[in-house]
Design a protein around this ligand. Sequence first.
Ligand code: XIL
Length: 333
Amino acid sequence: DLKVGNVAAGGGHHEDEEYPDPFPDDEEYREHLAEEFTSLTHENYMKWEFIHPDEWGDFHFEETDAVVEFAQEHGMNMRGHALFWHSQNPEWLEESVEAGEYTQEELRDMLEEHVRTVVSRYAGCIQQWDVVNEVFDDEEEPQLRDGSYEESGNLWIRELGPEILDDVFEWAHEEDPDALLFYNDYAVDGTNAKSDAYYELIQEQSDRGVPVHGFGSQTHLSMQYDFDPEDYQANLQRFEDLGLETAVTEIDVRGELTEEGRMSDEDRAGAAERYGAVLESCLELASCNSYTIWGSLDEHSWIPGTFEGEGDAALYEGDYERKPHYCINQQVL
Ligand code: XIL
């Protein structure tokens, strides 16, 4: 009973000249998606700043629809990403909130309308949602993000309090009772303080009957940090034991680039091993229902633009050429 949907691609970037979106016009890329993957995720288009580019009230669905239609046409699944996040909120929203232009009630209504509108629009087409993304910070004792707006603060939690987390899951569940609703984060690639914090939060919410169904490990790995596959699996296992689904939601394995613009051979071999070990863990776990890679070609990967000097993180390079990692994944499968 293989539940892993092979791998999924980012499936679209924003209108950025340095980071263009191949999805709308690049036929070869679209064919590659259809041939190689069984599931898709919008890398950016489902985020608040793309759905509400200009002002409140105006929902922008052109790009999100196009990817969902493509997935439907090709019989692919979809993971929706993300309804509630501290990052990539529209500037107008951050500014208005900072200027105190909304009451708590108005803000809560906006969030509710967003969640209900988006989830109901795609009910039946999006099987799993990253409902809440990256809600804990990276401190030694992780706290729910409520700090400043810049970078690390989650404006929703700051303005509406942590209780809002229950509501977001409830709203999503009401709009699509069949969809699996997830928490999702990075740096939860083992049993650590951050994954402990999720474990406790989800346990509490489940006890209260909040419809949380899954825990997603983004799995953005770097060859500059250690990785322990056993601990990776043990972490997902404990969420499974809580009765949750689990998923590998955004895997990529980056490394320091050499002059040739790729990792050292040693790092590459290590990266291939990690891709395979994570897939193996996912297959071992009854709860692990998908394995999503965050962008398929290096050319389209977010890594070089975000982590200076690092890259070579995806499964394909150049002319859609499969890296050795790909074969390791094939063997595991
Ligand atoms: C990244 C996208 O890949 C970039 O294009 C964008 O500029 C920033 O966000 N965790 C997440 C994803 O949950 O949404 C992030 O995606 C990568 C880290």
